[in-house]
Design a protein around this ligand. Structure first.
Ligand code: GAP
Length: 439
């Protein structure tokens, strides 16, 4: 039976804190429940995840374009989308400890926090949208919401994008950005938070093409995760039962990953029919239809929506890359991240903090730093520096030693995974790195 790459999330949480991937938010004030800040390595990894996605779904395709819409949208958007009415979870409260839970996250009559039995209140629906006010007057007329999904920004711009970019159905819009949900029970590190980032696609098709493109996108999206290194045995597609489907969906498949907390949703791929565009047409009074000149047909396009979380994808890549090995009797921790995702691609390391080696190592660093994200490090012993780079997933280390300055003007390239070392002359270094890293 397949097992999670890491059995305890705390292993990843502590690596992230120690090495500067992810910190608890506002930590000096005791933190703010389930909010997290990405540190120097986390921000690089996150950017690389988003870039890898953007490359696959926008840059490499003729049928997709991007956009970046505002977080605050006209409040009618959320009436039309059904979020004001129905974007809620069932909330229960323990009458003893007054802690609140999502009813569907508690599987017995016993309070998970204080152990009281049969003391829950009846479930009531709790809307997950964060409310705020536009402008200085805090009244009902000024209420706006922090978007709970980026999707609606693409639906309301359907006509703007289609006409300005001269797109023909089938085509898609992609967007990456923050979303906010006042989750009742956030937790499991960055898996469920109240502020998170989404990578979403709204793919517009003819009404008779919905199920066909649902299949296409299921395969595309599964492939993306495995292309970037996720073990296919820890990924699966799970179809939603009819009673689980969101109000807008005709069919939905979740891509699930075997996290340390068990199989959990990484991304949802939903066939939304024409629900959203029809609703916006109805509520705005503006046409959301499309005229297909080749078939001489006017229709409201149907939508297939692959919607993933940046933070969840990042967490899955981290967990799946985490490896502990024994090398010559010693434990080695390696993050075997795909080279395109790794925060630093190359570390330049003088063998020791020697006055002859440092200027040469700096020179080598200057030669490559504009091309790849790199780190220069001359602290501690070389062994400890290799271990640190392994632990943060740097694919290559370039070491400058005494032979470099005294004999051959060459450096050693060390490979993270095989630990093989090869000698390369400095004039050939960029080509040698290019061959290994590309990009
Ligand atoms: N527009 C469709 C939509 O938003 P969703 O299944 O609610 O669908 C899509 O969310 C993805 O966003 C999820 O698969 C997950 O990766 C991410 N996501 C949703 N809620 C999240 C949360 N509270 N924390 C972190 N990621 C979340």
């Amino acid at each position: 039976m397949v097992e999670a790459a890491v059995d305890d999330m705390s292993t990843i949480v502590s690596l992230c804190k120690r090495r500067g991937f992810i910190f608890p938010s506002s930590e000096i004030y005791g933190g703010l429940g389930s909010t997290w800040d990405y540190g120097p390595l986390g921000v690089e990894l996150k950017r690389n995840v988003k870039d890898a996605w953007w490359r696959a779904v926008v840059r490499d395709r003729d049928d997709m374009v991007g956009q970046d819409s505002a977080i605050l949208m006209h409040p009618q958007t959320w009436v039309a989308s059904g979020h004001v009415e129905g974007f809620s979870d069932p909330l229960i409260e323990c009458r003893e400890c007054h802690h609140r839970f999502r009813a569907d996250h508690v599987d017995s009559k016993t309070c998970p926090d204080c152990g009281a039995v049969d003391r829950f209140t009846a479930p009531r629906q709790f809307n997950l949208m964060f409310k705020t006010f536009l402008g200085p007057v805090e009244d009902e007329a000024a209420v706006v919401y922090l978007r709970p999904e980026t999707a609606q920004g693409m639906f309301v711009n359907f006509q703007n994008v289609q006409t300005s970019a001269r797109m023909k159905v089938p085509f898609g819009i992609a967007q990456v950005g923050k979303s906010f949900r006042n989750e009742i029970t956030p937790g499991n590190f960055t898996f469920r938070t109240r502020e998170f980032e989404q990578m979403e696609i709204e793919y517009f098709v003819r009404p008779d093409q919905g199920f066909e493109y649902l299949e296409i996108w299921k395969n595309e999206r599964m492939r993306w995760y495995t292309d970037y290194g996720i073990n296919p045995e820890r990924l699966k597609l799970r179809e939603h039962d009819s009673d689980e489907l969101a109000h807008y969906a005709k069919a939905t498949f979740d891509i699930e990953y075997l996290f340390p907390i068990g199989w959990s949703e990484l991304e949802g791929i939903a066939y939304r029919g024409d629900f959203d565009l029809s609703q916006h047409e109805k509520h705005s009074g503006k046409s959301m239809s499309y005229f297909d000149t080749e078939r001489d047909e006017r229709f409201i396009p149907h939508v297939v929506e692959p919607s993933g979380g940046v933070d969840r994808a990042l967490l899955a890549f981290l967990v799946d890359a985490f490896t502990e090995e024994e090398v010559r009797g010693e434990k080695r921790t390696v993050l075997k991240l795909h080279k395109d995702l790794a925060p630093y691609k190359i570390a330049v390391l003088p063998l020791s903090k020697n006055e002859k080696l440092i200027p040469k190592a700096r020179e080598v660093h200057d030669l490559i730093r504009h091309r790849w994200m790199t780190e220069y490090d001359d602290t501690q012993s070389i062994g400890r520096r290799y271990r640190r780079q392994d632990e943060i997933g740097t694919p290559l280390c370039v070491t400058v030693d005494f032979e470099t300055v005294e004999e051959d003007n060459a450096v050693t390239i060390r490979d993270r995974d095989s630990m093989e070392q090869v000698r390369v002359s400095i004039p050939d270094l960029v080509a040698a790195l290019d061959e290994r890293l590309g990009g």
